[in-house]
Ligand binder design. Structure first.
Ligand SMILES: Cc1cc2nc3c(=O)[nH]c(=O)nc-3n(C[C@H](O)[C@H](O)[C@H](O)COP(=O)(O)OP(=O)(O)OC[C@H]3O[C@@H](n4cnc5c(N)ncnc54)[C@H](O)[C@@H]3O)c2cc1C
Length: 388
């Protein structure tokens, strides 16, 4: 790792994890990242290698075949993959952060025994499916329904923007189970893609993260065994919010990886590119850009690891996860834009990785709660602690 990359590794274990994931990402993902973005294809062969490395069971306890990592290690894995290929980082963080995590937190012992080994090994890839046409930031407005019929729930509705949707083996579907218009109640269902009535839509033609198979999902009289209710009936909102608290740590890590990748690419280019008979890295203006990017990335990393530490201590971490997500995604958007600026016209060409980083970074300000929603979460938490 270059001296200029300014990594913070809270301990030796974290440094070893960073080095090993960086090696994997540079060997396996760097050669294909531009191509899978251009062709919008999901790299199944590399994903299989990642399964063997336990990247799909990052925090799953060892008894279920997982790597039982702490949260900083998990963030480092996502950060290092996203530093090279954020679309694959998205697959990993959604699977671990919002599909597997709620199993660990809310599943029954039987559900854990059945699903966690398959999720941890990557035999099943997971998705988290809350968003609908009329339920985005307002996640309480889901219209998908789940009606009990004997020993099954029958699900009907359309989910949109499902990360991993095109390839997932299992999706956590949020559906209405309480129909009083004044107090609608949702619940969460574990829906396997092999169930009758589970259909996938076309892949989204996205601006960035193009190698991730984001798609719609259609539930047409989809029969789900009653035992596949996650948590209790009516707990959809509670499970959704707790899961998103965790997922935001993952999006923050993804954004941070993008920002780091952009900084390194910009520094390399600035040292190589000659204008006015000297490298542009010798210009004060370019140095100022580099200094600002490096400072903000370091601050973002500390904020992220702080949220991770709180989570591992068992302390409330929702507010800090929202802060990390808000700040890391802003830093990613700004740093990737700055990296394009440092590359000049070439930065606007697909010849250079920063063009992809720039497109990939934007959505980190949008999914798992927009920046506006993060501010709402942070402000609510701060104001609720205020004692006058
Ligand atoms: C690539 C991609 C992958 C995704 N993956 C998933 C996934 O795996 N699972 C899933 O469930 N969803 C997923 N999403 C959906 C994503 O979480 C939503 O797009 C996001 O929550 C915003 O919802 P919306 O698009 O409906 O925007 P809206 O909610 O319509 O927001 C539009 C604008 O209004 C603002 N706004 C809305 N309400 C408020 C408010 N109360 N105060 C201030 N401003 C407000 C928003 O911040 C935004 O600027 C994904 C989206 C994308 C693009």
């Amino acid at each position: 790792m270059g001296k200029n990359t300014l990594q913070i590794n809270p301990n030796t274990k974290h440094k070893l994890i960073r080095d090993s994931v960086r090696h994997f990402a540079e060997t396996e993902l760097a050669p294909i990242a531009a191509e899978i973005d251009r062709k919008a294809t999901f790299p199944l062969a590399v994903i299989d290698k990642m399964k063997a490395l336990n990247y799909f069971g990052l925090q799953v306890p060892r008894e279920f075949g997982g790597a039982a990592m702490d949260s900083i290690s998990t963030a480092i894995v996502v950060e290092e993959i996203s530093r090279v290929c954020a679309a694959v980082g998205l697959c990993v963080t959604v699977h671990n952060g919002v599909a597997v995590y709620p199993f660990m937190k809310f599943a029954t012992p039987e559900q854990k025994k059945h699903y966690l080994p398959q999720l941890a090994s990557g035999a099943m890839i997971g998705a988290f499916s809350l968003t609908e046409a009329n339920a985005g930031s307002d996640s309480a407005s889901v219209e998908t329904t789940a009606v009990k019929k004997k020993k099954e729930y029958i699900l009907n509705g359309t989910k949109i923007f499902v990360t991993n949707g095109g390839i997932c083996d299992l999706a956590l579907i949020f559906a209405l189970t309480g129909f009083d218009p004044k107090h609608p109640q949702s619940s969460v269902f574990v829906v396997e893609s092999k169930y009758a009535g589970f259909l996938r839509g076309e892949l989204e033609d996205l601006c960035g993260m193009r190698a991730n198979p984001v798609s719609s999902l259609f539930l047409e009289d989809c029969c789900v065994p009653e035992n596949n209710l996650l948590g209790k009936i009516g707990e959809g909102m509670k499970i959704g919010l707790a899961t998103l608290d965790n997922g935001r740590i993952g999006v923050a890590a993804q954004a941070l990886g993008l920002a780091q990748g952009a900084l390194e690419a910009a520094m390399k280019y600035a040292k190589e590119r000659q204008q006015f008979k000297k490298p542009i890295a010798s210009l004060q203006t370019i140095q100022n850009y580099i200094a600002d990017m490096a400072t903000e990335i370091t601050a973002a990393r500390l904020l992220l690891y702080h949220a991770c530490s709180l989570k591992d201590e068992g302390a409330p971490f929702g507010c800090e996860a929202a802060m990390a997500k808000l700040y890391c995604s802003q830093v990613a958007a700004k740093s990737t834009s700055m990296a394009v600026q440092i590359h000049g016209g070439y930065g606007y060409s697909k010849e250079y990785d920063v063009e992809r980083y720039f497109r990939d970074a934007k959505v980190t300000e949008i999914y798992e709660g927009t920046s506006e929603i993060q501010r709402m979460v942070i402000a609510r938490s701060m104001l609720s602690q205020l004692i006058l």
